[in-house]
Design a protein around this ligand. Sequence first.
Ligand SMILES: Cc1cc2nc3c(=O)[nH]c(=O)nc-3n(C[C@H](O)[C@H](O)[C@H](O)COP(=O)(O)OP(=O)(O)OC[C@H]3O[C@@H](n4cnc5c(N)ncnc54)[C@H](O)[C@@H]3O)c2cc1C
Length: 474
Amino acid sequence: MLDQTIKEQLTAITGEERFSDTHEQRVVYSYDATPGFQSEPDGVIRPASVQEVQQIINVCREHRIPVIPRGSGTNLCAGTVPSQGGIVMVFTHMNQILEVDKENLTMTVQPGVITLDITKRAEAEGLFYPPDPSSMKISTIAGNINENSGGLRGLKYGVTKDYVLGLEAVLANGEVIRTGGKLAKDTAGYDFTKLLTGAEGTLGIVTEAILKLVPKPETKQTALALFHNMEQAAESVSAIIADKIIPATLEFVDQPTLQAVEDFAQIGLPVEAGAVLLMEQDGEPEVVQRHMEAMQQICKEHGAISVRLAQNEEEAAALTEARRSALTALARRRPTTLLEDATVPRSKLAEMVRFIEETAAAYEVEICTFGHAGDGNLHPTCMTDVRDHAEMERVEEAFAAIFAKAVDLGGTITGEHGVGEMKSPYLEWKLGHAGVEAMKAVKQALDPDNILNPGKIFAKDTKKRIVLGGGSRG
Ligand SMILES: Cc1cc2nc3c(=O)[nH]c(=O)nc-3n(C[C@H](O)[C@H](O)[C@H](O)COP(=O)(O)OP(=O)(O)OC[C@H]3O[C@@H](n4cnc5c(N)ncnc54)[C@H](O)[C@@H]3O)c2cc1C
């Protein structure tokens, strides 16, 4: 609990109306979208300017109070759970699009702007902001930046980090820094824009961002390919890329996910298929046409039952929206839904999919898989119940096996959801001891009192890794 002096210092900055430590507010901000993690903060504060952020940080540093920056709390890695108490900093009063610069093709935004508002504003100006996490209707840009979020268009257009040109941030010492700018080139010192992107609120508080925009593609086509099984779909993905086609979207969904999505969206999806690939290409009409025909042909050669081209924009939008709703649809099935995002080189996709299926069977847990096939970014999703401790233990072991396999295949424990608290025990599997220590040194240099989102990324203990043939490492 905060003592009266600290409360007075904080309310002197924001006024009584933008600070709260009521029981209700502390419960509301005690969890995020990650199941199984909850811890109450000591208070919730809503700054309205960079100066206010600075002043709040100075108070928190003086009293060694943790600050947990929070957008919409949709992260899936327990990244905003105040596990060590402290103040949750919410950006609902810093949610303005400040400028669209058509000469430099940039948009300058405050941290609390909702991602979809950025997409819509860019389109209204005849431009395009490609990063499109499925949560874009509610997620904020600072949340996207701090998780380096991806989306359905990641394969061709990249992820959030590819569109962050510059940042304004308040550091743990209360100083404001500006990184990058409206620049295509900048080699002045270390690339702090990239360092802060994906830092999960542990290195600085983002108070403004300059985003890169690109010209809006002339046209777009969408198709759905139906397969007997996931392997045929995964092999088609590798073959499409090997044919030097980079589609705007190449997503896959397994049969149980397809059934759940159809139950939810009711748009006549082909639930009889063992797996489907959602394929989209955009660009100049001749290129789009040629690539869509080639992709259809490749899918058929790899055993597709059929390939259906969306007949109009509404049908295309319905198919894309259905894929975006996969997590929501699966979440209706059982009390707890755990979504992971193990990622492998895309040439290893089929092997990884097979491994996930075998692991689910071996541990007797229900895992559905969908994801950004073109990026090798899979979302094995387990429907379970946190109250069933025996099952939860099996779920944890199954996911540990999946992370280990992903790393063995040259992949990673998280492709786009971040480490947060949830994945922190596994970080060393990916980075090795020296890699984790190097990152800790950066954190120590920028935040020696560990006040910015403590307990995230770095775990107290690395999970022991069981390797085949006995023994352990890690
Ligand atoms: C249904 C659903 C679908 C999803 N789909 C996708 C997807 O397709 N792709 C994907 O990548 N993710 C996806 N996610 C995960 C999540 O939506 C993203 O990680 C998103 O970027 C989080 O945004 P947010 O505003 O909710 O941030 P939060 O969850 O509030 O915060 C995320 C991180 O950002 C930090 N942070 C927030 N604001 C600031 C700031 N101003 N300064 C410094 N740090 C800050 C927080 O401390 C935290 O570490 C999905 C989640 C859900 C629930």
